[in-house]
Ligand binder design. Sequence first.
Ligand SMILES: C[S@@+](CC[C@H](N)C(=O)[O-])C[C@H]1O[C@@H](n2cnc3c(N)ncnc32)[C@H](O)[C@@H]1O
Length: 280
Amino acid sequence: MATESRTHEQSSRWNGRSGQVWVQSQGLLDQVMKPLEELLVQPVIAGSGLRILDVGCGAGATTFAAARRVGAPGSCVGVDISEPMIDAARERAADAGLPVSFLLADAQTYDFEPARFDLIMSRFGVMFFPDPVAAFTNLRAAARPGAALRLLVWRGPQDNPFMTTAERAAAPLLPDLPARVPDAPGQFGFADDQRVHGILTESGWSDIAIRPADVECAMPEDALIHYFTHFGPVGLALPEVDESTRARVIEVVRAAFEPFVRGDQVRYTAACWVIDAHAA
Ligand SMILES: C[S@@+](CC[C@H](N)C(=O)[O-])C[C@H]1O[C@@H](n2cnc3c(N)ncnc32)[C@H](O)[C@@H]1O
């Protein structure tokens, strides 16, 4: 697929249903992804006064987390391509009293002020670029020489069975679910660490370290059906199906999640790469 059409696809996705359900479910997502937020912001030394860019910031949970640590004269800018997400982030920022601002823009192409940031970070916001080398070259230009990069991305679907349980269980009932294409923009687009190393090297980043992290996450059991009926390929497909198919999918998929249920909690491991690098 051409880069232009992939850009349009991602923009439509995050300005459409995906963006809206992320905003509606922000409280749940913030809670579920809290351990990943802590892992992401580790390099933000308290009171360091860094200037930080949070890429694909969504509704801003990680931007706020970094801003709470950074101290004067530091600041955090969140950038995202999704208008509903940026609107939600700005609304939350209004009363937060934190040094944050939010920018509605495509991080792959936006003309950032050169050498502006000391740290560029992202939790699951960098796997969607149609042209990752162009995107990370653009971000590199926004980083001051020696600035740090800290990314959290998903490892592969085989390491993240929780994330693919719904689509595997629902496949016989929803035969048109899109296939996961390795290396294509999407949730698992940065699963191949060698490829990611190559992208970052080509984009002018050095001291690249990519290490696996298995992070324990939990959500209330009574949020599970909401979760799989709104997120992922099944969540995207369900609004298009009739009521009886929907009911059957919910029954089959809920049963498939049973191995992850522990009493009133659902527990799973988020298998990620933690990526660190510096602007060369
Ligand atoms: C999986 S969500 C993660 C949101 C947030 N980082 C979090 O952890 O809550 C991915 C985010 O990346 C954003 N995104 C995708 N492509 C982008 C691009 N080219 N420029 C900026 N943001 C982008 C989406 O709009 C979405 O908010």
